[in-house]
Design a protein around this ligand. Structure first.
Ligand code: COS
Length: 392
């Protein structure tokens, strides 16, 4: 049984505690299976179930278009991701991508766009995706080459996107492209591209160590109605970054869920496995490991829920979200590695919970801003506040 004492921390109110309890009761153990033969169908099914039972309402903002609240409640999203991740990486993925894929619409969509897309995302009737990275620009978003030129009442998209989660099963993609109002980050815009738009195709499906739908996308003279522009022209970089400010914090929460599961598995093994006349847990060397694991988890939780709480209070959390994502994902990797060590040979057997966690955690240190990007963000802001301390 995972430690739940953190729910008494002042970041949460009773509605959060109820949400966690209700979701814990809803999610059957190992939802979604660990090695589904058909990952696309498994994801579609998870989205349907998460939508049918109301959980996806937390992934979008706006009660008039299916959202649970008027604005996204970051703490709810984090609690849901943490809880789902403890049981099933794929269920967490299905939930998270509905939020990331529609986040730009929640934040900057027109009333018509919100009505058209968000209600279906919240009901699990449409699958969303977020298309930012390209073969030549991952960390350096401002260097993107995919271009959208205005032509009458349309934009015409040409270029590629890659590492796009839900690529291949999404009904629509929020795509970022260069519109050229100004150089670099000031010349990008965001668009909704529906999957059946002529000129859009899945160029390649990509298989990864923890399978989920992932693809490279290609746009060739792909005509998008002007009303599919999300936010103002030239504001795409900020739209992407504001979306990531929410979902980077939630990646930290997912890592936390993986780490908590790993600690549970390690405790189970350490208190049962006998050697040299005692249990593994009786050895101080094991206790040192368990202490590191438990402390790392609490430190990650504090940073994660601080970032979520601050965002829910309307604060800019770019730095706090970066700290949370960096710490929680790097810590979870170490915690899971220790759990594998405690399980010994069994820990590397395909299908074992800690083997699955070992594969699942790895990508979280890379996507939505690699650890090195988070370091850059934190250092820049730390240096800026040192060099320009606020008056008084
Ligand atoms: N919210 C709102 N605005 C933001 C912002 C945020 N979180 N972060 C930056 N901006 C603004 C800046 O204020 C700046 O505005 P002005 O042009 O008005 O001055 C502008 O955006 C450019 O910011 P910056 O100079 O910091 O941009 P850089 O090109 O140096 O890039 C990083 C910054 C590296 C942080 C950014 O490119 C990044 O996050 N990269 C990782 C991308 C990523 O996560 N990829 C994974 C995709 S999802 S799997």
């Amino acid at each position: 049984m995972s430690d739940k004492t953190y729910l008494d921390w002042p970041f949460f109110d009773d509605a959060h505690r109820r949400l966690e309890r209700d979701l814990e009761a809803w999610v059957p153990p190992n939802t979604g299976g660990d090695h589904p033969a058909d990952v696309d169908s498994a994801c579609r099914e998870l989205v349907k179930r998460l939508g049918r039972d109301g959980w996806l309402r937390y992934a979008v903002g706006g009660t008039d278009c299916g959202g649970r609240f008027d604005a996204i409640d970051t703490r709810s999203i984090c609690l849901i991701r943490e809880t789902l991740a403890r049981h099933s990486g794929l269920a967490d993925f299905a939930f998270a991508m509905q939020g990331l894929g529609s986040g730009a619409l929640t934040l900057h969509g027109s009333p018509q766009q919100k009505q058209r897309y968000l209600a279906k995302v919240a009901a699990g009737e449409a699958i969303a995706a977020f298309a930012l990275s390209e073969p030549g620009s991952g960390s350096d978003v401002a260097a993107m080459a995919c271009a959208a030129r205005a032509e009458g009442d349309h934009y015409v998209l040409d270029g590629e996107k890659t590492w796009i989660s839900n690529g291949g099963i999404a009904d629509f993609y929020v795509v970022f492209a260069r519109t050229g109002e100004a150089p670099g980050s000031r010349g990008l815009s965001a668009f909704v591209v529906e999957a059946n738009t002529p000129g859009f195709e899945i160029a390649e499906r990509i298989e990864v160590i923890a399978p989920h739908p992932l693809a490279r996308l290609r746009f060739e003279s792909c005509r998008i109605p002007r009303e599919n522009l999300v936010g103002a022209p030239g504001q795409g970089f900020k739209v992407a970054m504001q979306t990531l400010d929410i979902f980077r914090t939630s990646v930290a929460a997912a890592a936390l869920g993986f780490a908590r599961r790993a600690l549970d598995e390690a405790l189970f093994r350490a208190t049962r496995r006998k050697m040299f006349g005692q249990t593994l847990a009786d050895f101080q060397i094991t206790q040192a490991k368990l202490a590191q694991m438990a402390t790392g988890i609490d430190a990650s939780a504090l940073l994660t829920y601080r970032a979520a709480w601050l965002r829910d209070r309307g604060r800019n959390v770019t730095r706090e979200a970066a700290m949370a994502k960096m710490t929680a994902t790097e810590t979870a990797q170490q915690v899971i590695d220790s759990a594998v060590q405690i399980w010994g040979g069994l820990g590397v057997v395909c299908g074992h919970p800690v083997e699955r966690l070992y594969r699942e955690i790895r990508a979280l240190r890379i996507y939505e801003g690699a650890t090195e990007v988070q370091q850059l963000i934190i250092a820049r802001q730390t240096l800026a506040s040192y060099q320009q301390p606020s008056a008084g």
